[in-house]
Design a protein around this ligand. Structure first.
Ligand code: ZN
Length: 160
C-alpha cells in the first residue's frame, strides 16, 4: 500500500548536512516507525514520503522551513537559575520541558550556563539548517483504531 494519512510507516534514514556531515541515522537500530500525517517527522520529509511504497528510496534536500524551522532570536531567553525546577542541575545541551503560553509543554535546550543565570533556547538544535535525508521505506500499513486514538505507533519499543 501507499503512504497516506494515518499510515504507519517504517523508514531507514540517514540525515546529513549539505556538506555531507552525518547528523543522525537509523543505522544499527530498528527502522523508525511513525504515524503519517501527524507531524511526527519534519514537514518536508512527510510530504516527500506521501504516496511511496515499501522498497522506495528517496533523497531530499530540505530548506529550514521544511525541516525544524528558521532560528528565531526571540526564542532564546535568559532566566535565573532559581527559576529552574528544583533538583535540575543545568548543563549545556540538556533538554528541558518548559510551560508554553497555552499551558502545553515545550522542549527547550540549555545553551549557556553562567554563575546565576541559564540561557534556554526553544529553537530546535537543527533549526536554521538545510537537511539532506536519504530514506528507504521498509514498510507501510494502516494504523489500528487504538493507535489513531493514542496518536502514536504501537509495537516493539512503544510507550506501553
Ligand atoms: Zn498508545
Amino acid at each position: 500500500m501507499k503512504v497516506a494519512a494515518n499510515s504507519v510507516v517504517n523508514i531507514d534514514y540517514r540525515l546529513t548536512s549539505p556538506e555531507g556531515e552525518l547528523i543522525d541515522s537509523s543505522e544499527g537500530e530498528a527502522p523508525l516507525a511513525y504515524l503519517h500525517g501527524h507531524g511526527q517527522i519534519v514537514p518536508g520529509l512527510e510530504r516527500a514520503l506521501l504516496g511511496k511504497t515499501a522498497g522506495d528510496h528517496l533523497e531530499v534536500e530540505l530548506a529550514p522551513a521544511d525541516g525544524y524551522g528558521e532560528r528565531e532570536a526571540e526564542k532564546v531567553i535568559e532566566i535565573s537559575k532559581e527559576a529552574l525546577p528544583e533538583g535540575v542541575s543545568p548543563e549545556v545541551g540538556m533538554e528541558l520541558l518548559a510551560d508554553g503560553p497555552d499551558g502545553e509543554l515545550l522542549p527547550v535546550w540549555v545553551t549557556n550556563v553562567a554563575a546565576d543565570t541559564v540561557t534556554l533556547d526553544a529553537n530546535h538544535p537543527l533549526a536554521g539548517q538545510t537537511l539532506c535525508f536519504a530514506v528507504t521505506v521498509r514498510g507501510v500499513r494502516e494504523a489500528t483504531a487504538e493507535e489513531l486514538e493514542h496518536g502514536h505507533v504501537h509495537g516493539e519499543g512503544d510507550a506501553h
